[in-house]
Write a protein of this length. Structure first.
Ligand code: SF4
Ligand code: SF4
Length: 182
């Protein structure tokens, strides 16, 4: 996909913000595209991983934050394992998600931001994910109450989902991570 440089780009602000949040030095990228060639969602998105890096280096702001890969990335780390410069793309995507949410520009593509929000909220409250609470909040947000509801009894029976949250996690440790991210 051709990169169109917009006039309203914000002076390296996004590149610095991503570097600060993720701790990744994006400038080391060689544009070899090994990340894109191994990415399982590269063919489903308009802007593949190597192009995200290119856009960051060109100070393309809005089109980078709003790229579909930001919310489609599965954090599988395949790109990281293939990258000759050890660029942690999943960390970059996390940083772009944080920036997108802070700017309130997170696109509701497939309700991924909504899912992400409630997943993180349960981790923040309980120190680890509480699936039932997260699913209930997500369903209220989408108003789609009965999708996959028939699978619930079987999941309960096979202990794939718990009725109550676990309080075994090291809550102080998790709280420190959230404080650092903010
Ligand atoms: S694999 Fe690494 S060096 Fe190559 S394009 Fe992707 S991020 Fe850049
Ligand atoms: S971590 Fe994200 S960008 Fe990297 S290969 Fe997996 S899905 Fe693609």
């Amino acid at each position: 996909m051709p990169i169109v440089i917009s006039k309203n780009k914000r002076e390296a602000g996004l590149l610095n913000a991503v570097r600060e949040i993720s701790g990744v030095d994006v400038a080391r990228c060689l544009q070899c595209k090994k990340c894109t060639n191994g990415c399982p969602v590269a063919t489903l998105v308009k802007v593949p991983p190597s192009e995200i890096i290119r856009r960051l280096l060109l100070n393309e702001d809005d089109s980078t934050v709003n790229s579909d890969l930001v919310w489609m990335c599965a954090s599988c780390e395949t790109c990281f394992s293939r990258c000759p410069m050890q660029i942690d793309m999943a960390a970059i995507m996390d940083a772009l998600r944080i920036i997108s949410i802070k700017r309130n520009t997170a696109k509701q593509k497939g309700n991924v931001p909504l899912f992400n929000k409630w997943f993180l909220k349960t981790v923040k409250v309980f120190g680890r994910t509480y699936d039932l609470g997260m699913i209930a909040a997500y369903k209220v947000g989408t108003s789609n109450y009965f999708q996959d509801a028939d699978k619930f009894p079987m999941m309960l029976r096979k202990r794939k989902i718990a009725l109550f949250p676990s309080f075994k996690a090291d809550k102080k440790y998790v709280t420190r991570i959230f404080k650092k991210k903010n």
